[in-house]
Ligand binder design. Structure first.
Ligand SMILES: Nc1ncnc2c1ncn2[C@@H]1O[C@H](COP(=O)(O)OP(=O)(O)OP(=O)(O)O)[C@@H](O)[C@H]1O
Length: 469
């Protein structure tokens, strides 16, 4: 049992709307959501849309759709960084007044020349502090007509240390960190600054995000300290890698989570899969989201990168399909079946059919395709008919056709009747089951023949058999 943090837990998911939500983002959202749910805390959705060239409203919608499909409901937001510009400007003005930030008039060319000088001297390329105010230091004259950027006055000495809930203690020397630009010449604030102000204003207590953000954390911590904000806990989750071993990203290998419902995956299977991909609870592989929220803790996050594995996801999907309500599966399968020309009038109840078929299918799409045999006119292959509908079988089938009219229409009674007919004609089961399958369903592969016949109903079976006698 994890001890509850002292303050109410507030977590956030903060994607940039530059494309669809993929598995990496979805898992980040899931863990932040589950951590908030575990402690009865608050889960905030924040859209980091300051990259105007790459951000689009369609991408915002795609992220919201993905989270909705997964059921990762947020309690606050979505907050949009582009709508918080006044607030960022306010904090920048306060920092300038407090001396924790300063105007820098160096041009990009000048800064590049500084970096080059450091590089040539074998040092880390950085801004040289020309405009950084220090006691007793005279600043250069402001070049006429030049607009300044605002730089953060990063501490010169010491280290930034945090106890990462996934990676353990991480220490970065302040010497590694430049005086970061927090506002551009046009006054627009930059990424790390906005994130720090947001995490402060939104009172975020736990930042769980991908470890592609580790380099941002010491910068954000320094800014938070400078503005007098409390520090959240940080946990940097290892990346999810594609089957080629490369980091999944919008630009490489990842597909939208919304591809998965299109392929017939259930959200509970995807959630279960993502929950296990980077976190463990003993040997448990299969669990519901209620169970996950109850169990989820930061102690059992995995520190190594995880590779996406489609077979495992399919296996979980099979499990959750077996658990799923058949009416719900029918709703999911129906559009695909209609598109494939399914005729539902006078045909067996779809939910009942799916109940029979779902044992062995990995996706709802497979299930829908398998169910089609009940909803289209059979068109058995002629060569197969010649092979299976032999003269030896015909008399047995004729007797079967007669008995259809009187047999009790249950699976058991049908099975018993078929056995009697077989015995009377000295035939083996496949000799009759194969032509029956072809005649009634048009295909050789079906579930048990007695169950299939029972589902089709007496009249349909009688009509289809009569056609061949
Ligand atoms: N492959 C991945 N594995 C695990 N987490 C990831 C992965 N890719 C992104 N994340 C995390 O998902 C969250 C949302 O990320 P973001 O919206 O920036 O998408 P992104 O895929 O990283 O973008 P891009 O593909 O443009 O680099 C962040 O916390 C990020 O660290």
């Amino acid at each position: 049992m994890t001890t509850a943090p002292a303050t109410p837990v507030r977590t956030r998911f903060a994607p940039s709307p530059t494309g669809f939500l993929h598995l990496g983002g979805a898992r980040t959202a899931l863990y932040s959501w589950a951590y908030a749910r575990h402690f009865g805390g608050t889960f905030v959705l924040r859209i980091e849309d300051t990259d105007l060239e790459r951000s689009t409203p369609e991408a915002v919608q795609a992220i919201i759709d993905g989270m909705q499909w997964l059921g990762l409901d947020h309690d606050e937001g979505p907050f949009y960084q582009m709508q918080r510009m006044d607030r960022y400007r306010e904090v920048i003005a306060q920092m300038l007044a407090a001396g924790t930030a300063y105007h820098c008039y160096s041009t990009p060319e000048e800064v590049e020349a500084m970096r080059e000088r450091f590089r040539a001297a074998g040092e880390k390329p950085r801004y040289d502090g020309t405009w950084r105010p220090e006691e007793g230091k005279a600043l250069p004259a402001i070049p006429e007509g030049r607009k300044p950027v605002v730089r953060f006055k990063n501490p010169l000495d010491g280290d930034v240390t945090w106890n990462d809930v996934v990676k353990g203690t991480i220490t970065i020397s302040n010497k590694e960190l430049d005086d970061l630009i927090i506002a551009r010449t046009d006054g627009t604030p930059t990424y790390n600054f906005c994130v720090a102000v947001d995490d402060w204003d939104m009172r975020i207590t736990h930042v769980l995000r991908g470890d592609d953000h580790v380099n941002n954390t010491p910068r954000q911590i320094n800014i938070l300290r400078a503005i007098g904000a409390p520090l959240p806990e940080y946990g940097h989750l290892p990346m999810i890698l594609g089957s080629d071993g490369q980091k999944l990203s919008k630009r490489h290998g990842a597909v939208s989570v919304m591809e998965y419902p299109a392929q017939g995956f259930l959200p509970e299977a995807m959630l279960n899969y993502l929950a296990r991909l980077g976190w463990s609870h003993g040997d448990d592989e299969v669990f519901s989201m209620d169970q996950f929220c109850e169990w989820f803790n930061l102690e059992h996050l995995t520190a190594s990168a995880a590779q996406f594995n489609n077979e495992k996801l399919a296996w979980l999907n099979n499990h959750w399909i077996k658990q799923a309500d058949n009416g719900r599966l029918a709703e999911l399968a129906k559009p695909r079946m209609l598109a494939a020309g399914a005729q539902f009038d006078g045909a067996p109840d779809l939910a009942t059919v799916l109940a029979l078929l779902k044992e062995r299918t990995n996706t709802v799409n497979e299930l829908a395709d398998a169910a089609m045999l009940f909803y289209r006119q059979p068109q058995p292959d002629e060569a197969l008919m010649t092979q299976h509908f032999t003269d030896a079988v015909k008399p047995a089938l004729a007797q079967f056709a007669e008995r259809i009219q009187t047999v009790e229409w249950t699976k058991e009674a049908i099975a018993a009747m078929i056995k009697e007919v077989l015995a009377a004609h000295g035939l083996k089961m496949p000799q009759m089951a194969m032509p029956l399958r072809l005649i009634v369903t048009g295909q050789l592969q079906t579930p048990a023949i007695d169950a299939v016949l029972q589902l089709f109903g007496r009249d349909t079976v009688a009509a289809r058999v009569a056609k061949y006698l």
